[in-house]
Ligand binder design. Structure first.
Ligand code: DX5
Ligand code: ZN
Length: 216
């Protein structure tokens, strides 16, 4: 069974609390929170004050995706704000600092994750996999919701599953970008067990049915 993490980037920003409640009532157990700095990606979104407000509003899992340069500078804030999972991009700093960042997240009692952009090979994250509770494979270029799913990322998911079965079998494999009723099928077939869904989930007329279908 897969975990579905609706992305709050697709929520109505003036009615975040209302959308959170609608998604909880529809069965969401995780929420995906996108953090962008206007530098690592050409867009802005939420900061740690949003994570902290969400923490007060829900007991569900907060899966915080940092799309920021040199995340080591800010992980303390995001951990203290109440993230359950905190994921950082392998492309966002030097290997030495990425290692330090994952360790720091763990020290705060938060589950660390590593993210790879579409053009980044799986091999680049292998050195960190033992430290990770989750690996996120981007299925769009990070920065914006509502983009088309890149099916050519599926061999990466499959390869990662093979590598993790040796190195860290408990590590979750998450996909993010363009995931909907159709594209979720191939993600699960290749080994993804956490599915981020932004536009498709928030636009679904029957969100309970949408979440149930993806979970299967
Ligand atoms: C993109 C973000 C995604 C985004 C996904 O940079 O990381 O989490 O919200 O949105 P959809 O599901 O609409 O592609
Ligand atoms: Zn994301």
């Amino acid at each position: 069974m897969a975990i579905v993490a609706p992305s709050l980037l697709a929520a109505d920003q003036m009615n975040m609390g209302r959308d959170l409640k609608i998604l909880e009532d529809a069965g969401a157990k995780w929420f995906h929170v996108d953090v962008m700095d206007g530098s690592f990606v050409p867009n802005f979104s939420f900061g740690y004050s949003t994570v902290s407000a969400l923490r007060k509003a829900t007991k569900k899992v907060l899966d915080v995706h940092l799309m920021i340069n040199q995340p080591l500078r800010y992980v303390e804030n995001f951990c203290k704000a109440g993230a359950d999972y905190l994921t950082v991009h392998v492309e966002s700093d030097t290997p030495e600092n990425i290692e330090k960042t994952l360790d720091k997240i763990t020290e705060y009692g938060v589950k660390p994750g590593i993210v790879i952009k579409p053009k980044t090979p799986v091999e680049s994250i292998v050195p960190y996999l033992k430290k990770c509770a989750l690996v996120l494979v981007m299925t769009v270029e990070p920065g914006f919701g509502g983009q088309s799913f890149m099916a050519d990322m599926m061999p990466k998911v499959k390869r990662l599953k093979e590598i993790l079965s040796e190195l860290n079998p408990d590590c979750l494999i998450e996909v993010d970008g363009g995931v909907d009723l159709n594209t979720s099928v191939v993600c699960k077939e290749n080994g993804a067990n956490v599915l981020v869904a932004g536009s498709a989930c928030l636009k679904a007329e029957d969100k309970t049915a949408f979440i149930n279908a993806l979970e299967k």
